[in-house]
Design a protein around this ligand. Structure first.
Ligand code: NIG
Ligand code: FE
Length: 399
């Protein structure tokens, strides 16, 4: 008889990618948890017979899925973009607003003017809301600071907010998000990003990211920044093909990036190149919905053998939505993924993008006890119910 802290018992179904990478559903199951980790998972009879638990959760009528891993967010920001939203509602375009100095640049002005405490409080509030909606691990990008001080302040705020909200957070340095107003040229700013911003963010981030797009940065401008980031040991991410195909996938393949994210405009050649490259395709259906862009070609990418991932892109401009479950729902209704594919794309697959797949994103013995309980005997309710709020969310067995 093993002593454990907690058993979640009487689970009607447990759905997860297993240790070998297969999608499995356990019925009439239980999860034994100790020291923040899963000790045993599977049939309740054998788990209850072999474990003594100090605490129990009776999950009769419920299902368990892994804590969701949101691998693409801009959850640290300041100021408001509601006015811009209203202008877009009246017909102005997202790129038009950005070209006139609004959009990302308006968030940059607000972040630079905010105190560290204000940034951390906003991050904590948003991460707590994400946690209530099932996200137990989030990647958070900088990108609204665009100088060494403010970019590092954003990432420190992400980590401070994570501690307050009890969510796992990984930082990403998105220095090449927009050209800051004080810089004379993209070339000059790329130098600042390499020499000042990357070193200031190195200890706060596990990845670097760029916005490779017309009106933002070209592949030629992104390359030296990404090469410098890789030399510092950071994983590489690329915002690509959101409004136009500008060579993001080819650059990601060339540099061995972890992912290309967005893909709303990716055509058949891009899908084939991405699938063959081994670089993950992160689909952001909430952003496509919100900006009324084409949906990313997730079905074609999956059928071509590519690694498909889902994320919210939670940000004040193009996707003010904190619910990865809603992105999962859109993946089933608009991207033509099955419930199992969508759940894997929001748990095990993003953990791989973030470099944490050995211990996060699956309900498997030895993994972090990050568990979402859904109040339905069929786990697919998590995908089916538009606007689902989980019954309970545990991070490392807490919550
Ligand atoms: O992923 N595409 C670039 N960056 C964000 C939007 C940022 C913003 O509008 O503030 C995105 O959609
Ligand atoms: Fe983004």
């Amino acid at each position: 008889m093993a002593d454990v802290e907690l058993i979640i018992d009487h689970l009607a179904t447990i759905a997860t990618v297993d240790a070998r990478g297969s999608f499995v559903v356990h019925r009439d199951g239980a999860i034994a948890i100790d020291n923040g980790r899963i000790v045993a998972i599977g049939s309740r009879e054998s788990i209850v017979a072999s474990h003594d638990a100090r605490n129990g959760i009776d999950a009769t009528g419920m299902s368990a899925i892994p804590g969701l891993v949101d691998c693409h967010t801009h959850a640290v920001w300041a100021g408001s973009r509601i006015d811009e939203f209203d202008r877009r509602a009246q017909g102005q375009g997202y790129e038009e607003i950005a070209a006139a100095g609004g959009g990302i640049r308006s968030s940059v002005a607000a972040v630079r003017a905010a105190s560290d405490d204000e940034l951390a409080a906003g991050a904590a509030r948003r991460l707590a809301a994400m946690r209530r909606l099932g996200t137990t691990t989030a990647e958070v990008k900088s990108g609204y600071g665009l100088d060494a001080r403010s970019e590092a302040a954003m990432l420190r705020a992400a980590h401070a907010g994570a501690a307050l909200a009890d969510v796992r957070v990984l930082g990403t340095c998105l220095a090449l998000h927009a050209l800051p107003p004080e810089m004379p040229s993209a070339a000059a700013y790329v130098q600042v990003a390499i020499e000042e911003i990357l070193p200031a963010c190195r200890e706060l981030a596990t990845a670097a990211d760029v916005f490779l797009e017309r009106g933002a940065f070209s592949a030629e401008e992104c390359r030296p920044f990404l090469v410098a980031a890789r030399a510092l040991g950071l994983a590489l991410r690329i915002h690509g093909d959101q409004f136009s195909e500008c060579g993001a996938i080819a650059l990601a393949a060339e540099l061995g990036a972890a992912s290309v994210d967005h893909l709303e405009q990716t055509g058949a050649d891009g899908v084939a190149l991405l699938a063959a490259s081994g670089v993950a395709g992160v689909c952001l259906p909430l952003c496509a919905l919100y900006l009324d862009l084409p949906m990313p070609p997730a079905r074609a990418l999956a059928d071509a053998g590519g690694a498909i991932v889902l994320a919210t892109d939670f940000n004040p401009g193009s996707a003010p939505c904190d619910s990865l479950l809603t992105a999962i729902n859109l993946a089933c209704t608009r991207l033509r993924l099955s419930c199992a594919e969508a759940l894997a794309a929001a748990t095990a697959a993003p953990a791989a993008v973030l470099g944490i797949k050995s211990h996060v994103g699956r309900l498997v013995a030895g993994f972090a006890a990050d568990v979402v309980l859904v109040d339905d005997p069929d786990w697919r309710a998590a995908c089916y119910h538009l606007g689902e709020v989980p019954a309970r969310v545990l991070v490392g067995g807490r919550g």
